[in-house]
Design a protein around this ligand. Structure first.
Ligand SMILES: NC(=O)c1ccc[n+]([C@@H]2O[C@H](COP(=O)([O-])OP(=O)(O)OC[C@H]3O[C@@H](n4cnc5c(N)ncnc54)[C@H](OP(=O)(O)O)[C@@H]3O)[C@@H](O)[C@H]2O)c1
Length: 296
């Protein structure tokens, strides 16, 4: 019997990677854009999900404008907590599993070793607070029905992300300054998608998971890698000087965690998810951007 997964936010970079990889054996997936199901619209969520009757809802829809969330906290919370509440309500009433994606921004970044799933969250900003409130909505599901996967530093050939932004700036500018005092792990949305598809094959697993690719670095170091592989792929015609700066020299509305390396051991063990070589993932994504004709 084929089972049905329903993916919200079909235009997100993650949903596009899920679609590209394709659902695992025994599953078929439907993808709904915001226009087809706005997760903040409780009545629409109820009627669309009732008609589709999915066995599993995968929520990639989110308010992801981290800096804007500082001045639009209510809107961020309406999507990232209220929207999740609507999905969780339907899943709870109808016995469906809910796989929800959250973020490293639930942590304050003061740790000195990788964050475990059971470390205490302490968000620094409105985006993180809204996402944490969204996580709590899954607590209302019957036991065993909810899965949360926290990811960090997501990038792909789709949408808005650091890799595409950097390639655009590197092509336009003569020099660039990038912060070097925030440490994390660039994570391909393709590897997160692969983990999520594996989750469908282990329906007995539930609770909190962390995911990331293997390279630990700061944004400046990541920018150097992007430039190197961007030139190798022919996306960049010239190399420009890239200067390391501190976060204090590049103020943003939202404070970022200084350290957001996640401990992904539980995800690797429970779902048999192997590590993907982070550099190979970056080269693959930059190759796809080259095939698209560049980051614009
Ligand atoms: N990007 C990162 O670095 C990062 C890091 C950690 C965790 N995450 C989490 O990973 C997940 C996927 O992130 P992403 O970067 O792939 O997302 P993304 O590319 O920013 O896309 C978010 C999508 O959500 C949709 N959306 C917004 N409000 C909605 C609503 N009310 N109803 C339905 N859809 C709505 C948007 O629709 P429109 O296209 O119509 O605007 C957009 O397509 C999110 O939960 C995010 O919080 C992201």
């Amino acid at each position: 019997m084929t089972r049905n997964a329903l993916v919200t936010g079909s235009q997100s970079q993650l949903a596009r990677c899920l679609r590209m990889a394709g659902a695992p054996p025994g599953w078929r997936a439907a993808y709904l854009a915001r226009g087809e199901m706005d997760i903040t619209d409780a009545a629409q969520v109820h009627s669309v999900l009732s008609a589709a009757a999915p066995d599993c809802v995968i929520n990639t829809a989110a308010y992801t404008a981290v800096d804007r969330a500082e001045t639009e906290a209510d809107e961020a919370r309406r999507v990232n907590a209220g929207g999740v509440a609507n999905l969780a309500r339907w899943c709870g009433e109808n016995g469906a599993r809910l796989i929800h994606v959250s973020t490293d921004f639930v942590f304050d970044g003061r740790a000195a070793s990788p964050y475990r799933h059971d470390d205490a969250p302490a968000p620094l900003g409105e985006y993180g607070r809204g996402k944490l409130a969204g996580e709590h909505e899954l607590d209302k599901l019957p036991a065993g029905q909810g899965v949360i996967v926290r990811a960090s530093w997501l990038y792909s050939e789709f949408g808005r992300n650091f890799v595409r932004t950097m390639l655009g700036l590197m092509a336009e500018r003569d020099e660039l300054a990038v912060v070097n005092d925030q440490t994390g792990c660039p994570t391909s949305a393709h590897s997160l998608a692969a983990l999520i598809w594996r989750m469908l094959l282990s329906p007995e697993k539930s609770g909190l998971y962390h995911w990331r690719d293997g390279g630990v670095m700061n944004w400046y170091e990541f920018a150097l890698e992007i430039q190197k592989w961007g030139q190798a792929a022919g996306v960049l015609q010239k190399m420009i000087p890239i200067r390391p700066i501190t976060s204090a020299e590049y103020p943003t509305s939202a404070t970022r965690p200084a350290y957001s390396v996640m401990d992904r051991a539980r995800a690797m063990e429970d779902f048999g998810m192997p590590e993907r070589d982070w550099r190979s993932e970056l080269i693959r994504v930059i190759g796809a951007i080259a095939e698209q004709g560049g980051p614009q």
